[in-house]
Design a protein around this ligand. Structure first.
Ligand SMILES: *Cc1c(COP(=O)(O)O)cnc(C)c1O
Ligand code: SF4
Length: 454
């Protein structure tokens, strides 16, 4: 990286300042918008999670490009994110000067219609200890990797408007996954020698104070589990608050915990969430990436494909090129889930495949580590692998990147060509009655009602 690019001033050590429904009107950039626009944001922000911060507002959003700027759409509520009937319902409640409780009731009523826990996360993937304890702070869906939701990481440095984790941020408490103790995690890993990877997720685990994060890491490292090979951290902190790794009080301690992990001989896989190359453009994010890599951690990147934000092959190609240049490894392109504002962000599978291909073919082999477009659906991660014509029939080629049954992985299967399908359960098998995995899925997991309820 050239000096020019990597400069972030040592004196640039901002404190995070959050913008939410309560104070976003104070922003001079927002005051330039019409009252109607501000009201629309308020309506949507009362249903979907909304939180921006000073880094996003001052360094990522191009306020000369409102309302189309991708970083603006990523973090600020837009009218069309709600279906019209829901928008009007909330708008009326607000116009009538309803009290907090009433607003909240209507908000919850609308949220419940937005499929708040897709892929049956609540029941289907919750693991159990041998003594019968249910671990609501964990999910174990694919053999080698279990997800861990520390109770202190149920929030983020800012919220992505498309986020499928949104029920966690809007105080619908019973939907929260949380677990206090790292010990139960260690117990579960001991009982399951097939697990090699623990993935810290949330919210954003990098919102945790380093002292708490380090305690979890210490608990894992001190347990000396022979099966544990990799600790993964799923985070958007590099994009939303790079100072977490630069100038925050606990930056050094956080990086120290990474280093401890790699010194112990484990892989620290930093799963960084970037939606647009704009997020890779500031001096601070580049410096933060450098510091994370200096701990021996490896940064892999992932993002959903999102209408209004990155629905453009050139944006992806540029993002992957920048990532490779900064020493990051492109990993996954996801299809946006069937929840929340999918009608706004959703991209049909056929189009997603075209965007992926047109981006993939532009980058060097080092960027072609990326896989996708992939749906995290009930039976597994299903990738759209091509569009072909077989015996005069146009079909979509699919394959599992991950399966509830590992035997399903990497077996091609075929769906009828459908330009409008946006999720696995919109697709019909091309040559059979059912997809090859469907019987087994419904036998093994009677809780799996439909393909989309993972
Ligand atoms: C994506 C995912 C993982 C990790 O899968 P990899 O392909 O190993 O990155 C683990 N658990 C769940 C539930 C997932 O959705
Ligand atoms: S950072 Fe991740 S968990 Fe947080 S709002 Fe964005 S997508 Fe959701």
């Amino acid at each position: 990286m050239t000096l020019q690019e990597s400069v972030w001033s040592e004196t640039e050590s901002p404190r995070i300042k959050s913008y939410t429904l309560i104070n976003f009107h104070d922003l001079p950039q927002i005051q330039k918008l019409s009252e109607q626009q501000q009201f629309e944001m308020e309506v949507v922000g009362n249903v979907l999670p909304f939180k921006a911060n000073n880094y996003v507002v001052e360094q990522l959003i191009d306020w000369n490009n409102i309302p189309n700027d991708p970083m603006f759409v990523l973090t600020f509520p837009q009218k069309e994110m709600l279906q019209q009937k829901h928008f009007e319902k909330m708008a009326n409640v607000l116009k009538n000067g309803a009290d907090k409780k009433e607003i909240n009731n209507i908000a919850n009523e609308i949220r419940l219609q937005l499929n708040p826990h897709p892929a049956g996360q609540l029941e289907l993937n919750v693991p159990t200890l041998k003594d019968g304890t249910k671990l609501y702070g964990m999910q174990h869906k694919y053999k080698e990797t279990c997800l861990f939701f520390p109770s202190q990481s149920q929030t983020c440095h800012a919220y992505c408007s498309f986020c499928f984790r949104w029920p966690q941020f809007v105080a619908m408490d019973e939907m929260k996954f949380a677990m206090k103790e790292g010990e139960q995690l260690v117990q579960y890993l001991t009982e399951h020698p097939e697990i090699s990877d623990v993935l810290f997720t949330g919210g954003d685990p990098m919102i945790m104070k380093a002292s708490i994060f380090e305690k979890y890491i210490d608990t894992l490292l001190e347990a000396d589990l022979p099966n544990l090979k990799t600790i993964r951290i799923g985070t958007k902190a590099l994009a939303f608050w790079p100072y977490k790794f630069l100038t925050d009080n606990d930056a050094d301690q956080t990086l120290g915990a990474f280093e401890k992990t790699t010194n112990k001989g484990l892989h620290l896989a930093f799963m960084a969430h970037f939606n647009h190359h704009k997020e890779l453009s500031t001096g601070s994010v580049k410096a933060a990436i450098k510091r994370v890599r200096e701990t021996g951690a490896q940064i892999r990147t992932q993002s959903p494909l999102l209408a209004h934000i990155n629905e453009d092959a050139d944006v992806w190609a540029e993002m992957w090129r920048q990532q490779v240049k900064l020493g990051c490894i492109p990993y996954y392109m996801f299809v946006v889930r069937d929840t929340g504002a999918q009608h706004y962000f959703g991209v049909p599978l056929v189009k997603a495949y075209e965007i992926f291909r047109n981006a993939y073919k532009q980058v060097s082999g080092l960027g072609r580590t990326v896989r996708g477009p992939s749906m995290s659906a009930t039976p597994g991660k299903v990738m759209v692998d091509g569009i072909v014509t077989i015996n005069n029939k146009k079909v979509i080629v699919l394959k599992f990147l991950q399966g509830r049954n590992p035997e399903w992985v990497s077996t091609p299967f075929f769906a009828e060509y459908d330009e409008n399908a946006i999720w696995l359960d919109d697709l019909k098998p091309a040559f059979e009655e059912k997809f090859f995995f469907e019987d087994e899925l419904s036998q093994k997991y009677s809780g799996a009602r439909k393909l989309d309820k993972s």
